[in-house]
Design a protein around this ligand. Sequence first.
Ligand SMILES: Nc1ncnc2c1ncn2[C@@H]1O[C@H](COP(=O)(O)OP(=O)(O)OP(=O)(O)O)[C@@H](O)[C@H]1O
Ligand code: SF4
Ligand SMILES: [Mg+2]
Length: 322
Amino acid sequence: MQNTLLKVDNLKKYFLKRSSSLKNASYVKAVDDVSFEVFEGETLGIVGESGCGKSTTGRTIMRLLEPTSGSIKFDGEDLSTLSKKVIREKRRNIQMVFQDPYASLNPRHTVKKILEEPLIVHKLGNSQERKEKVDEYLEIVGLDSYHAKRYPHQFSGGQRQRVGIARALMTNPKLIIADEPVSALDVSIQAQVLNLMQRLQEDLKLTYIFIAHDLGVVRHISDRVAVMYLGSVVELAESESLYAEPLHPYTKALLSAVPIPDPSYEREKIIITGDISSSFTDSGCKFQARCPYATVTCKMNTPKLVEVKPGHSVACHLYSTD
Ligand SMILES: Nc1ncnc2c1ncn2[C@@H]1O[C@H](COP(=O)(O)OP(=O)(O)OP(=O)(O)O)[C@@H](O)[C@H]1O
Ligand code: SF4
Ligand SMILES: [Mg+2]
């Protein structure tokens, strides 16, 4: 039996649209009733195209954004109800790694200062202990202690992301939310950083939420994958099951763009047209305008995420039994 580290229930994050008036408020439903669990020691991949709400989900779990509604239970405690002061302390246990390490690392600070900062914020260790931990973690992520004196611009992209990962690890977190951590890197460097993250996960017993827009990237690192479309999780399954037998038409379309290593294996190909902005609808399935299987039912009723096989859930009327 796996222990649940994070349980997100009916999470919503709506942003007021700039164009809306006081009388007629309208919202971007960036995260629209999302529920999932993350088990201790696993990697949950979250995948979907640009604007589907992946980062907002991550940032709302961290309470960097205030949830509109829903609960976020981490280690048995509901983060959504804690005061801002308490939540700042709790963030020691949940850290983020960002897509663009150059933008997320202060260019005027040395790596030593960047890595020490989380320790100072959380009042961990004296100056000597902090220095030792900086050296230790530089080594853990494959850098050297002499790198501590350097500034972010003196590193390559891959090295900078190693610094970003080291910074996230400084407070010994349990959960890392990695928001497209390799998307900005060259393909050859991506593999190195992914390997590093996998090694760190084993050595430090970490749990990951790994966000990407490409199913190819999350395949090897994820135990389970959640596919998001316009603020909703449309499919959630173990990686193997999702890649071998995708159920949701949107997942099939995403996988149609991923090369198949074994050419003798045929996978149904779905090419979708239009972009996510063509999908805003008041009722029914959000994917209806782009789905080749859409029926009248899809236009009237919103499909719920239901488990159709052990550990494999999908939100699509093609699989509903009622
Ligand atoms: N602070 C904000 N204010 C208003 N709207 C926002 C804000 N942040 C995000 N959004 C909107 O919420 C939706 C989801 O954005 P989000 O950044 O979570 O998507 P994403 O899946 O991470 O996309 P990407 O792959 O481009 O990073 C988008 O429509 C975006 O424009
Ligand atoms: S519910 Fe209907 S429109 Fe939505 S993905 Fe399934 S078949 Fe397509
Ligand atoms: Mg994002």
